[in-house]
Design a protein around this ligand. Sequence first.
Ligand code: AMP
Ligand code: GLY
Length: 424
Amino acid sequence: MKVLIVGGGGREHAIATKIAENPQVEKLYAAPGNGGMASICECVPFKATDVDGIVGWARQNAIDFVVVAPDDPLCLGMVDALEAVGIPAFGPKANAAVIEGSKVFSKNLMKKYGIPTAAYETFDDFDAAVGYLDTVSFPIVVKADGLALGKGVLICPDKASAVEAVEGMMKEAKFGASGSRVVIEEFLTGPEVSVLAFTDGKCVKPMVSSMDHKRALDNDEGLNTGGMGTIAPNPCYTPDLAARCMEEIFVPTMNAMNAEGRTFRGCLYFGLMMTPNGPKVIEYNCRFGDPETQVVLPLLKSDLLTIMQATANGTLEETEVVFDDGAACCVVLASGGYPVSYKSGYPISGLDKAGETATVFHAGTKLAEGQIVTSGGRVLGVTATAENLEKAVAKAYEAAEKISFTDLHKRMDIGQRALKEAKV
Ligand code: AMP
Ligand code: GLY
């Protein structure tokens, strides 16, 4: 089989690594891929959002199966376009990807179907949004409606900062068109858990839970990023909570999407908060998380390509999805200055040495004159697995220490909160 993976980050490298384990795969392609994926895939230089270019290329090259990993091509309808030319693909169609593409849609869906989430109001009128701020208590959370690279969420401690947030989104278009509508919602508290789940619209098979570390600096300080590291499983996610989430959130979400005529097939990401009043949804994503995937897939014992094909053709129920009972930790090595501004093009050393104890997933790298150099904000994800979390964290850091490049920045406390939680 010839398989194409759309995307070029650490998540896509982790997906490609797992798919490559299937003996039926003769050739893997990535569009656009990255410097690390190039060792297992042939990289084709399309932007992940180039729907026409990628679909045309897949057709010409008789690709048998496509995995569309990032949110934007899913929201742009790449899976619809592939299926229209007879190429099976993993990922939701555009009408289901809207669960991530529009926060107004997802909040209204949860309200309509009684799925637990923060109380909220939505606004497309600036004066109405500001007027509403007179009636709420603080802190409050202001969110841009559309895709904003994980940056369109502002937690506002008082009215002045909330007015500023609404102004930035609705009047100054700081998040582009995605901020012309806003959601203003209740501030929730409690540990956060990420759960990725396969669903074909008939059943939901959750993967092992994980914990992201979104802030740039140690002790959860600094700006929000795409994620500076992850661990799995998440010790806050007890078997009781998992059972509640299945019953109160996962299955109701699948049923709600079916009832709306928007059957979701693919990986549905539940960003959850374990509040004093039970688990609630913070956000949905229509895809694998990044860097959650870099800890979840290394623990998957079943064959990923088989699961993805079953998800696409509606036979997930009979397909095995089994995880190892061990743990995993991924430490992201970023370019200093990320998520704001950073320089690229620096040579990376120590990759082979690090690879002796851990798996190094490439995110922002490229091959330049035979040398792997930095090319993005998040550069590498160093992932180790072990029989328990403590050992996985130690192994990941041992390997991460072997890698160097100019301006390298990493958090030193990935997994520490989880280890404390596990001891309570
Ligand atoms: P999101 O992009 O929606 O995942 O939001 C980014 C981060 O903002 C989340 O991981 C939470 O830490 C925080 N956040 C979002 N919504 C809320 C909320 N209603 N209450 C408290 N924190 C929130
Ligand atoms: N790590 C968070 C996300 O993928 O959205």
